[in-house]
Design a protein around this ligand. Structure first.
Ligand SMILES: Cc1ncc(COP(=O)(O)O)c(C=O)c1O
Length: 360
């Protein structure tokens, strides 16, 4: 891919219309992010030079942490170079062999890896099934030292939403810590883009986010109590043993946060919502949540590959997603919309999708 736009990049020197980035608000090419990064690079240099706990801690990191905590209504936040590392730190620092992790079966690979590294016992409930999560907590919870209930809020590959309020009730009832990964929702969904936990009026013990999707930058974070932040700072191996996020990246993410919380963020969310509803109508999908992620499940890998190739022939880029990113037999096209898609783009996509042999 070449070019600044994640929606209209060039692929092999030809323009293409992409529905395969997570740049939901189109901030990756926003001049305010580039300007903030350039200013910070001039002020603080580019690479952080060391881990945060050694000498890589910069004002940009502190400002961003304070801004994110405020945005989400938490006392504190801790930055990581990526969301993947944030998820690893969350579970490996807090859970151990005597503990239980109750996890949605569709949770992201980083949450699975976090469980594996933690050496806790894990049990998986069918996707979004709070009743089965309750059964698992009741069955295995009492034997465990600590219990963790772990879910994404907006699921990355299915585009659907976890039953967050029910899960929060369950966590409280079973004295489990609730861990929610809001990677795909923050900036996009919920009141002023504050995510689906705010929309559900719950506050998980750990709320995890990435700066690489709607924020248009890179990095990850955990919002929590100040005490947990301190603990993670001292025990999170993916925080301690890695070079800090470059200060210009933190500055760019801070600029994105200012846009997200201001009128421009509001306008971009509205544009995105309008496009989401347009595509729902175009595909005849009713009762779908307002989600920018549209999975078109095709089954066998070959069918997803063929559908992606057919779209490519029509100037549309939609990468096939295959196992292990999704379960065997559920290969799919994952269509992700951005505020930068125009109504004409959505019409073109809907028309191209209905022309596929495996039309939705
Ligand atoms: C649900 C979810 N959590 C975490 C991550 C990891 O975030 P990052 O890309 O910042 O490492 C991703 C994807 O990248 C994701 O989809």
């Amino acid at each position: 891919m070449t070019g600044a736009s994640r929606v209209r990049p060039h692929l092999a020197d030809a323009p293409i219309l992409s529905f395969s980035s997570n740049d939901y608000l189109g901030l990756a090419c926003h001049p305010a992010l580039a300007a903030a990064a350039a200013f910070s690079a001039a002020r603080s240099g580019f690479g952080a030079g060391a881990a945060r706990l050694v000498s890589g801690d910069h004002a940009e990191h502190r400002d961003l942490e304070a801004g994110l905590a405020h945005f989400l209504g938490y006392p504190a936040a801790l930055l990581f170079p990526s969301g993947y590392q944030a998820n690893l730190a969350a579970l490996t620092a807090l859970a151990g062999p005597q503990d239980l992790i109750v996890s949605d079966r569709a949770n992201h690979a980083s949450l699975l890896d976090a469980w594996r590294l933690s050496r806790a016992k894990a049990v998986f409930y069918p996707h979004c099934n709070a009743t089965r999560a309750a059964d698992l907590l009741a069955k295995y919870g009492p034997k465990a030292r600590r219990r963790f209930l772990v879910t994404e809020s907006l699921f990355s590959m299915d585009g659907d939403v976890a039953p967050l309020a029910e899960l929060a009730d369950l966590a409280a009832h079973h004295q489990a810590s609730l861990v929610v990964d809001e990677a795909h929702a923050l900036g996009v969904l919920g009141p002023d883009g504050r995510g689906l936990c705010q929309a559900a009026q719950i506050q998980p013990d750990l709320l995890i986010g990435t700066l690489g999707k709607a924020f248009g930058a890179a990095g990850g974070f955990i919002a929590s109590s100040a005490q947990l932040r301190n603990y993670l700072l001292n025990r999170g191996r993916t925080f301690i043993f890695t070079t800090a996020q470059p200060p210009p990246l933190a500055a760019a993410a801070f600029a994105a946060l200012a846009l997200i919380t201001g009128p421009e963020g509001q306008a971009r969310r509205l544009a995105l919502l309008t496009r989401i509803r347009q595509l729902n109508r175009g595909l005849g999908l009713h009762d779908r949540p307002d989600s920018p992620i549209f999975p078109i499940i095709l089954g066998e890998d070959a069918r997803a590959l063929a559908a992606s190739a057919a779209l490519r022939d029509q100037g549309i880029f939609a990468q096939p997603i295959r196992p292990p990113a999704v379960r065997e037999g559920t290969a799919r096209l994952r269509i992700a919309l951005s505020a930068l898609h125009t109504p004409e783009d959505i019409d073109a996509l809907a028309a191209a999708l209905t022309r596929l042999p495996d039309a939705p």
